[in-house]
Write a protein that binds this ligand. Structure first.
Ligand SMILES: O=P(O)(O)OC[C@H]1O[C@H](O)[C@H](O)[C@@H](O)[C@@H]1O
Length: 297
């Protein structure tokens, strides 16, 4: 067992468990409780003490490592959406890799910082011929901060798309999404739809599969049912995606119950489609997102 696992035992409020064969890290610190899995480096749960759960995980999620866990915050990288080669997995391959736990620290503030890494291997080079190392740092405190650092270890410029595919635990119908005004909207549910200016906040009526390009400002989810507003602040990210399958499309997802589309909405933050990122040889690119919850009166 590597050193990090023996160090883990010494850190108060952090526990390591196995569930159905995948590794689960449980955090309970001064500010919040959280659950992370090394399978896909996905945060599966985050709840500041006394507040509602931020994230949704499907009751039908598969936890045996054969596919990404449906819910939480999967990491989509090095491509978002369908690959050019349809035999390759949608949303890239790192959400279905086992990441290594690199560091676990309690900060002076009482927050917990966890880093996980994954690297190129023979297996990844066979489907995406570029050497890389990827680090995800997760900070669990009064807010949840995720920072994804792409290191280009190849001698060619990398071109990537990426996103945190966050499943929020809230009712989608009528949800107001603010902050996307002024961005470029592409409706993925309409074939060959043309880009249009998003003039107003969005009031969600599922189904919805929309990309908002050139969207760099804060996004707010007005979750009246739970009397809270969720703020999504991002850095080095120019796109947001809003997805909920609605009552019909959901039937095509084996790991989402037919009724469960009413329990979540995905609002994804990253760089997708024309907002792709290039990373020079030996350079790095850092994508970051911070989730905070404000109570509504
Ligand atoms: O089933 P997955 O590969 O996890 O994708 C689930 C969804 O993710 C994104 O939000 C896409 O915009 C959708 O088109 C896709 O259906």
């Amino acid at each position: 067992m590597s050193q990090i696992y023996s160090q883990l035992k010494e850190i108060e409020g952090v526990a390591l468990n196995q569930e159905h064969g995948i590794e689960i890290i449980e955090i309970d610190n001064d500010f919040a409780k959280a659950v992370i899995t090394t399978h896909g480096a996905s945060v599966l749960s985050y709840a500041p003490h006394g507040q509602h759960e931020l994230l949704w995980v499907s009751g039908e999620a598969v936890f045996d490592g054969s596919k990404p866990v449906r819910g939480g915050i999967p990491v989509c990288w090095p491509w978002f959406g369908q690959a050019r080669d349809s035999s390759l997995p949608a949303h890239g391959f790192v959400r279905n890799m086992t990441w290594q736990l690199e560091t676990v620290q309690t900060l002076d503030t009482g927050e917990t910082r966890i880093s996980l890494v994954c690297h190129s291997s023979e297996e990844t080079l066979a489907i995406w011929p570029h050497k890389f190392s990827l680090m995800l740092t997760i900070e669990i405190g009064p807010t949840l901060i995720l920072t994804l650092t792409t290191h280009n270890l190849s001698d060619q410029t990398l071109s990537i798309t990426e996103a945190f595919h966050t499943y929020f635990n809230l009712a989608p119908e009528g949800l107001e999404i603010r902050g996307i005004e002024g961005s470029t909207h592409l409706n993925k549910l309409v074939e060959d739809s043309s880009a249009e200016l998003q003039a107003r906040p969005l009031v969600l009526t599922p189904p919805r599969d929309s990309v908002f390009l050139n969207q760099t400002g804060n996004v707010f989810l007005v979750d009246n049912d739970n009397k809270r507003q969720i703020k999504i602040a991002k850095r080095n990210a120019s796109s947001s995606v809003v997805w909920n399958p609605g009552a019909d499309i959901v039937k095509g997802f084996a790991d989402i119950h037919n009724d469960a589309w009413t329990q979540f909405v995905c609002v994804e933050s990253g760089n997708v489609l024309d907002n792709f990122i290039t990373v020079l040889p030996n350079e790095q690119h850092v994508l970051s997102v911070q989730y905070s919850m404000l109570e509504l009166a």
